[in-house]
Structure formats: structure tokens, C-alpha cells
Ligand binder design. Structure first.
Ligand code: C2E
Ligand code: CA
Ligand code: CA
Length: 405
């Protein structure tokens, strides 16, 4: 993937309000965007998308509430076609509604650069445009490629899956205290492949453990190396609730970690509650055993619906990870601030650390620091990277500093 400057982008603005549309066009002009087309509703926009083969669009800025064809229907048509267009949603609608539109966009496998709540500012626009990445034309497009289970399992057996590291940063000091392990498929033909192209298939077929154990094995070894070099980090590994249904899981994990010579206290398991759990008793047994052996447990994606309050009372979780949908747009949204601050306070009252994921700006960091959030993670600090790059980062790293009050 190649980062692209605004002056190389072809952008389409879809907004029914003439005044707002003109304002957005003016902002795009002052950001130096290469070409700007505009439409007053989804139908006009679709015409432009389909009849504009000579100069393909890169980014669409799309309002949701519009006459004739609204933003949701436009997204559906875009998703059903063979387009390679990234999208930015601009809307004055409720955050919860926006979250469901975001989910819909993801399920169409359309690249969402982000959501801007109205009124939009030139800074937020510039930030989201900077997320645009153009795929290398020499590498076949992965969007169209659907991997079947057998291919994925073969890839795992061929050791093509690697742990990527995203730093977890102590917000008061800016120190790196650990990293989240995120699975990447380094595919010989298609390049770097994100989890959404293989995790759902593995989870559905009950094969997710094959991935969990290759991630665990590699990252535990690498973690021992980091410790040997003097970096006493904790690594956080994602565990699917489906894995926890097998009551022997905790023992298998414990054996692997002990054999590698790592103290379990350096491993945190991030767990998202799922709607599709059947073996609740087995899950609780595994969690209790992991805890007993000294592993730390984190509630992932907190606030997204499935991860309910009830979970907090079952096992001793030591970390509450507030979902990134609450952190994006935190700066401009007073309601979100109340929710996030209450979650941080709740975590502390329950003797848990609070973690915010999806920190993308200095302002996000400053606000969360003031709210006494303990730990943060996000593109502002670093994107996920392979083990060698992470080690290089640790070696040349001087703690970032949050702005003074
Ligand atoms: P997650 O656990 O919520 O992980 C955070 C996701 O947010 C990661 O996506 C990360 O790259 C992305 N992210 C981090 N900082 C930012 C930011 O500042 N802005 C934005 N927009 N995104 C950010 P990724 O790596 O694509 O992983 C997606 C999901 O796949 C993870 O969500 C996790 O649920 C799952 N996953 C990844 N690796 C594994 C694994 O080894 N096992 C299991 N069971 N699930 C995994
Ligand atoms: Ca996670
Ligand atoms: Ca999350």
C-alpha cells in the first residue's frame, strides 16, 4: 500500500444541502485535491461513479440523509459493484446510527476512511483523507478475493501467518508498556492480508485455535527476546470466545507458555463477548483457570453491545478496553466524553485499568489523559508492525509527551 497526498486524489461529494456542499468543495479545494465532482443525491452520484471510467474516483464523501436515494442505498450499490472507492461518511445523525452504518460498510468490504459528524472541519477532513492508501497495481486486489477455509489452513501450516505488534502506551508518561498482537497473513501472491479476510471463516468452522496457537507460539518467543534485551513488555493476545468453549484450552496455553520460559503475568488475553456462545460454563472455567495461572484478562471492544456489564462480575478481568468507536470523534462530541469518562471511572472503581483504542490525534490523547485513562493504543502512536520493526521502535524510542495542560 502506498500513501497518497491529497493533490493526487479524485473526490466526489454527495450532499443535498447546496450550502454545505459548496462549503465542502471549498475545503477540498484549499486542501489541494486533484479533482472534485459533486452530486445532490445518491442517484446522481451513482451515475457519476458508473460513467466516469477515464478518471476513476478515489474517495467519496457521502451524506446519509438525502432525497431520492439516501446514503445507505448508495453504499449498497457501491458495495455490489466492482469499485475500488474509499468512503468518508458525513452526517448529523446519531452516533449509534452511524455505528450501524459503519458496520454495513465493512460488511460490503468497502474501505471506510472514517466518519465526520457535522459540522465538518477542514482538519477532520484532512486527517481522514490522509488515511487513504492506494493499492499497488502490481499486486492483485484482495477485495475480490475470498479465501476458502482450506487455503487459510494451508497458509497457517506453511507459516505464512505472523504476529504484528501495535504498541500500548501509558498515557501519563508516554512509555510503551506492551503491545497488542494482531494477526496478519503475509500471502505470497496477495501481500499483507487483514484479519477480516480469514478470522470469520476460521471462527465459523471451529478452527480458530490453529491461528491462536501460531500467534501465541511466535509472539511468546519474541516476547522472551524483548525481555532478554531489557524491554519488560506485556503482550496482549486476542482470544475468540469460540476457543474458550473447549474446556482444555487454558491448560494447553499454560503448557505452551511455561515451556517457552515466559511468566504468564506478561500475557494478557483480550476477550470480546459474543452473541453466539453456547458453552458458558466452559468459558468461565477457562477464564478462571487462566487467571489462576497468572495470566491477565481484558474485556475487549467494551461498549459495543455484546460486551455487557454482566461480564464484569463473572471473572477477575484486570483491564477494560473501550471500543475505538467511542474514541473516534471524541473531541467534538460531548455525549461521547460523558460515556468514555464514566467507563474509565467504572473501570477504576472495579480495580481495573482502562484502555482506549483508536487514538488518532494529539487531542484524543490529551482528553483521555485528563480523564485519567491509563493506557492508549492507536495510529497516533503507531500502526501495527512486524516484530523486527517493533524491536527497532523500542530501541530508538523516546517517550512521546502529551501536551502540557
Ligand atoms: P481489535 O481487537 O479491536 O483490534 C483493533 C483493531 O483496530 C486492529 O485491526 C487495529 O489495526 C485497528 N486499529 C488500531 N489503532 C487504530 C486507529 O487508531 N484507528 C483505526 N481506524 N484502527 C485502529 P485489525 O488488525 O484489522 O484487526 C481486526 C480484528 O481482528 C481485531 O480487532 C481482532 O478482533 C481480530 N484479530 C486480530 N488478530 C487476531 C487473532 O490473532 N486472533 C483473534 N481471535 N482475533 C484477532
Ligand atoms: Ca483486541
Ligand atoms: Ca476493538
Amino acid at each position: 500500500m502506498e500513501s497518497v497526498h491529497a493533490n493526487q486524489l479524485n473526490v466526489l461529494v454527495i450532499e443535498d444541502d447546496d450550502f454545505q456542499r459548496q462549503m465542502i468543495i471549498r475545503m477540498l479545494n484549499s486542501l489541494g485535491v486533484a479533482s472534485i465532482a459533486d452530486a445532490a443525491n445518491g442517484k446522481q452520484a451513482l451515475n457519476i461513479v458508473c460513467n466516469n471510467k477515464s478518471q476513476p474516483l478515489d474517495v467519496v464523501l457521502c451524506d446519509l440523509n438525502m432525497p431520492e436515494m439516501d446514503g445507505m442505498e448508495f453504499v449498497r450499490h457501491l458495495g455490489e459493484g466492482q469499485h475500488n472507492i474509499s468512503i468518508i461518511i458525513i452526517s448529523g445523525l446519531d452516533r449509534k446510527l452511524l455505528a450501524s452504518v459503519e458496520k454495513m460498510i465493512h460488511s460490503y468490504k468497502i474501505k471506510l476512511l472514517g466518519t465526520i459528524e457535522k459540522p465538518l472541519t477542514i482538519e477532520s477532513l484532512e486527517r481522514l483523507l490522509s488515511h487513504y492508501e492506494r493499492s499497488d497495481p502490481a499486486v492483485p486486489q484482495v477485495k475480490e478475493k475470498i479465501f476458502i477455509l482450506d487455503e487459510i489452513r494451508q497458509g497457517i501450516r506453511d507459516h505464512q501467518f505472523e504476529p504484528y505488534y501495535q504498541p500500548k502506551v501509558e498515557l501519563q508518561s508516554g512509555r510503551i508498556i506492551g503491545a497488542e498482537i494482531l494477526a496478519r497473513w503475509v500471502h505470497p501472491t496477495y501481500g499483507l492480508i487483514d484479519p477480516f479476510s480469514f478470522i470469520p471463516q476460521l471462527e465459523k468452522s471451529g478452527m480458530i485455535d490453529e491461528l491462536t496457537f501460531t500467534m501465541l507460539e511466535q509472539s511468546v518467543k519474541q516476547c522472551c527476546l524483548f525481555h532478554a534485551l531489557g524491554y519488560n513488555l506485556t503482550i496482549a493476545i486476542n482470544l475468540s470466545p469460540a476457543s474458550l468453549e473447549d474446556s482444555s484450552l487454558a491448560d494447553k496455553i499454560t503448557r505452551l507458555v511455561r515451556k517457552a520460559g515466559l511468566d504468564p503475568k506478561y500475557i494478557m488475553f483480550e476477550i470480546t463477548e459474543s452473541a453466539a456462545i453456547s458453552e458458558v460454563a466452559h468459558i468461565l472455567e477457562n477464564l478462571a483457570r487462566l487467571c489462576m495461572h497468572g495470566f491477565a484478562l481484558s474485556i475487549d471492544d467494551y461498549g459495543t453491545g455484546y460486551s455487557s456489564m454482566q461480564q464484569l462480575t463473572h471473572t477477575s478481568f484486570s483491564e477494560l478496553k473501550i471500543d475505538q468507536s467511542f474514541i473516534t470523534d471524541l473531541t467534538g462530541n460531548a455525549d461521547l466524553k460523558v460515556i468514555v469518562e464514566s467507563n474509565i471511572d467504572m473501570a477504576h472503581k472495579l480495580n481495573m485499568k482502562s484502555v482506549a483504542e483508536g487514538i488518532e490525534t494529539q487531542q484524543d490523547w490529551d482528553i483521555l489523559s485528563k480523564m485519567r485513562c491509563d493506557t492508549g493504543q492507536g495510529y497516533f502512536f503507531a500502526k501495527p508492525m512486524d516484530a523486527a520493526s517493533f524491536l527497532a521502535l523500542l530501541q530508538q524510542y523516546i517517550p512521546w509527551k502529551s501536551s502540557p495542560d
